[in-house]
Design a protein around this ligand. Structure first.
Ligand SMILES: Nc1nc2c(ncn2[C@@H]2O[C@H](COP(=O)(O)OP(=O)(O)O)[C@@H](O)[C@H]2O)c(=O)[nH]1
Ligand SMILES: [Mg+2]
Length: 400
């Protein structure tokens, strides 16, 4: 035994007691940390809960996917969650937002009406109509064709009166925008050859500042409003701020973001992780945001090509959405073409249509790229993204 009479014995006793204290406190600290990690993991996998009914979203997670903790108001983790917003319903969004098309200094409708209300339309009048359509960025070819058709029909059917000509113009514009194009997003769960169920995977691409991250944020709200479970992937790894921006959007509607804690991490591996985690958790839709550097075509091709290839190892891509800034007009189209060449784009999101009088760019973009505009951004508000509706769009353009 230790001899407490000797100084050596006392010293040994002190050391033994100190070691015991260190061991006990380490044990408790570790237990606390493991619990925190578990809490974070279960939060990431928790399905959305309908606030009104307390039921999990119908489309949420299969019973057999992963053990999932259902949010409970009384549980400490639920209490620690930031307040989750309820996004606006998707139906009728375009109708709400279409007035913004005309508000952005686009009195196309008013100007056209002024010309059309002249008694008989002269060559100059028709030229003026063509010019107005050109100013709205419809593109030279379509503007010329439209005026020719309109002119012929007015003559052949001996149509007179501004209202009738305007109705005909509206009809022609709707036809030009393509009312029959498939603008739906492919959000179906994917069943692979071996029977495994994978989430729908959406990849969002486009140049810097086009509105990609904002669109992913708004789109997440659209999906949440439709009862889907969503996971985000922050594959813009060049700036930590980009991942923060995305995480903030997700947090507002209770959606987790997979990100790297290191700036400059490999975007393809972040994208892969997001899809892998989404699959494991039985998530409905994984949306991957990317960086928009357009240094040169080869660099972009390599990087985006790698991102989609690597994602493909986990699940096929359901949609590749190209985000285009409508205010860049025809100039943006050349850059856009590069993306369609390298990234297998399936649809266009046209942003900032609220900030331009050149709404006709919708026609030009679809014609040039041969792809449908699926969604449009009409403001900086969180729910200012709407599925594109040709008739409503033309009415907005004409200021109706
Ligand atoms: N007015 C307006 N601004 C938008 C719209 N979409 C995005 N923005 C703004 O465009 C800027 C760049 O957006 P961001 O998503 O960061 O672009 P990214 O670099 O492509 O990810 C931000 O200030 C957004 O608020 C839109 O539909 N209308
Ligand atoms: Mg971004």
């Amino acid at each position: 035994m230790i001899n407490l009479d000797s100084p050596l014995g006392i010293a040994v006793l002190v050391i033994v007691v100190a070691l015991l204290i260190v061991a006990v406190s380490t044990f408790f600290l570790r237990r606390d940390r493991v619990k925190k990690v578990d809490d974070a993991a279960s939060r990431a996998l928790r399905p959305r809960v309908d606030e009104a009914t307390g039921e999990t979203a119908a489309s949420a997670i299969d019973d057999d996917a992963v053990a999932i903790e259902i949010a409970d108001e009384s549980s400490p983790t639920a209490a620690a969650q930031p307040e989750v917003e309820t996004p606006e319903p998707v139906l009728g969004r375009f109708t709400r937002l279409k007035a913004r098309l005309a508000r952005s200094g686009s009195p196309l409708g008013a100007k056209l009406l002024a010309v059309l209300s002249r008694d008989t339309l002269s060559d100059d009048d028709w030229d003026e109509i063509e010019e107005l359509l050109l100013l709205a960025d419809i593109g030279a070819g379509p503007a010329l064709d439209l005026v020719e058709e309109l002119r012929t029909e007015v003559r052949v059917k001996s149509i007179s009166g501004a209202a009738e000509v305007r109705a005909l113009l509206r009809e022609k514009l709707v036809a030009l925008v393509g009312p029959d194009m498939d603008r739906s997003l492919n959000l179906a769960p994917q069943i692979l050859g071996d029977g495994t169920r994978k989430p729908a995977v959406l990849l969002v691409v486009g140049v810097n500042g086009a509105g990609k991250t904002t669109t992913v944020g708004k789109l997440t709200r659209v999906l949440v409003a439709e009862g889907k479970s969503v996971l985000l992937g922050a594959a813009d790894t060049f700036r930590a701020a980009a991942a923060d921006q995305l995480t903030t959007w997700g947090n507002r509607v209770g959606v987790e973001t997979v990100r790297s804690d290191r700036e400059g991490a490999d975007p393809a591996s972040v994208a892969f992780d997001a899809v892998k985690q989404g699959s494991a958790a039985g998530i409905d839709v994984v949306v991957v945001d990317t960086a928009g550097r357009l240094q040169n075509k080869t660099g972009l091709m390599d990087e985006l090509g790698k991102v989609s290839r690597v994602i493909g190892k986990e699940a096929p891509l359901s949609e590749v959405l190209l985000v285009l800034d409508a205010t860049t007009g025809q100039n943006g189209l050349n850059q856009a073409r590069v993306f369609t060449e390298v990234a297998g784009v399936t649809g266009i999101v046209l942003t900032k249509l609220d900030g331009t009088a050149k709404g006709g760019i919708v026609v030009a973009v679809q014609k040039e790229l041969g792809l449908p505009v699926k969604l449009v951004g009409l403001g900086e508000g969180p729910d200012d993204l709407a599925p594109f509706e040709p008739e409503q769009f033309v009415d907005g353009l004409l200021g109706e």
